[in-house]
Design a protein around this ligand. Structure first.
Ligand SMILES: Nc1ncnc2c1ncn2[C@@H]1O[C@H](COP(=O)(O)OP(=O)(O)OP(=O)(O)O)[C@@H](O)[C@H]1O
Ligand SMILES: [Mg+2]
Length: 355
């Protein structure tokens, strides 16, 4: 099947594990947005996908249209149709953009464009991107403004027409007009079937580039992944906090693996220890109100009792505990009440309470 696929990827940089088991799919003709706080591993993922030698895959696999490219060199990956735009493009003195692009195109397409033929294609693309042709005669990225560097990258993209593009913060530093131009450029390629993994912190870009899937990562793991574009908006409004505390879930095609792989009973005990009975001011765990807990798929089932069946705080306790467990990224919480056996304070507790 045609797709760019990442399966259980683990990546080390200088002996430090940065990506810790990541699954992700980019379908042709779609935009998959990757978000996450600074340092969460987004650029590491992009560089690893492209085959940067600094990033060592210790486990898992990367497949491009069914072909395993995990141990291929960057140039092979590029030939297979992968393209990476850098977060911080470097300047290449002595190589004009024109000659750089011509060499790149000749290598990738395995044919020799003559200067005239090449310049015509280049002129067309530059016009589309509203770039002055004189740009192509300048050394690559040298003295380019931030926005110009980004446009130059989209020009490369438009010339090369890769199968899958990894765009690392292509929007940063672009003014409003440039964002629209760059997004239009990407949309045209998307319509031709290019798949995009778009790393971004901003929604401005997403207004023009309609994402098909949004994934949020934190500390090298996926914390949220869904085909709902609202997620990107929520993040921009509210920040990452509520997501980065959430439980890892795997991307698109592996949705069946959810809570049970990451949330542990210890995590639940922590929630119970953090919540006090409103009457006795002792946490519900120490009080012994939790009779049972189960983690099943994306559901957490709790059996709770009260110190007395008439407990006036009962409904409040149920609501508050449910809310706190959901905060851990759990989708379904089933909190049932039982009075069998009725609650009895332990000896220690009797002593502590003086009863
Ligand atoms: N050589 C290294 N040794 C140890 N840690 C490293 C090394 N190189 C990168 N890291 C760490 O890897 C983590 C992930 O970095 P990465 O650049 O992938 O983050 P990012 O998600 O792209 O962040 P940003 O949004 O700021 O671009 C960071 O905490 C970074 O400090
Ligand atoms: Mg980055």
């Amino acid at each position: 099947m045609k797709k760019l696929e990442v399966v259980n990827l683990h990546v080390e940089v200088d002996g430090v594990e940065i990506i810790k088991g990541l699954d992700l799919v980019v379908q042709p003709g779609t935009v998959h947005v990757l978000m996450g706080p600074n340092g969460s591993g987004k650029s590491t993922l992009a560089n690893t996908l492209m085959g940067h030698p600094k990033y060592k895959v210790t486990q898992g696999k990367i497949a491009l249209d069914g072909k395993d490219i995990t141990s291929e060199k960057a140039n092979v990956r590029a030939k297979e149709g992968l393209f990476l735009s850098f977060q911080y493009p470097s300047e290449v003195t002595g190589v004009t953009m024109n000659s750089f692009l011509r060499t790149a195109l000749n290598n990738l397409h395995g044919k020799k464009y003559n200067v005239l033929e090449f310049n015509n294609i280049l002129k067309d693309k530059m016009t589309e991107l509203k770039m002055d042709f004189s740009f192509s005669k300048r050394y690559l990225n040298e003295g380019f403004s931030g926005g110009e560097k980004k446009r130059a990258e989209i020009l490369q993209l438009a010339m090369i027409e890769p199968k899958y593009a990894l765009l690392d913060e292509t929007d940063s530093g672009l003014d409003v007009d440039a964002i629209k131009i760059v997004a239009d450029g990407i949309n045209k390629l998307k319509q031709k079937g290019m798949g995009v993994l778009l790393i971004t912190h901003y929604n401005r870009f997403l207004e023009y580039l309609k994402p098909d899937w949004v994934t949020v990562i934190d500390k090298g793991l996926i914390v949220k992944s869904e085909g709902d574009v609202e997620l990107a908006r929520t993040i921009e409004k509210e920040g990452f906090d509520r997501f980065v505390k959430a439980v890892p879930v795997l991307a698109n095609e592996r949705k069946e693996l959810t809570v049970k792989d990451s949330l542990t009973k210890e995590d639940l005990v922590e929630v119970f220890k953090g919540y006090e009975d409103p009457e006795l001011h002792i946490d519900v765990w120490t009080l012994g109100l939790i009779y049972n807990m189960e983690i099943l798929g994306d559901t957490v089932k709790i059996l709770l009792t009260f110190t007395s069946p008439m407990c006036p705080f009962g409904p409040q306790m149920v609501d508050e505990l449910t809310r706190r467990i959901k905060e851990k990224g759990v989708e379904h919480v089933e909190l049932n009440i039982t009075f069998e056996p009725p609650w009895q304070p332990s000896e220690e507790l009797r002593t502590a309470l003086g009863v």
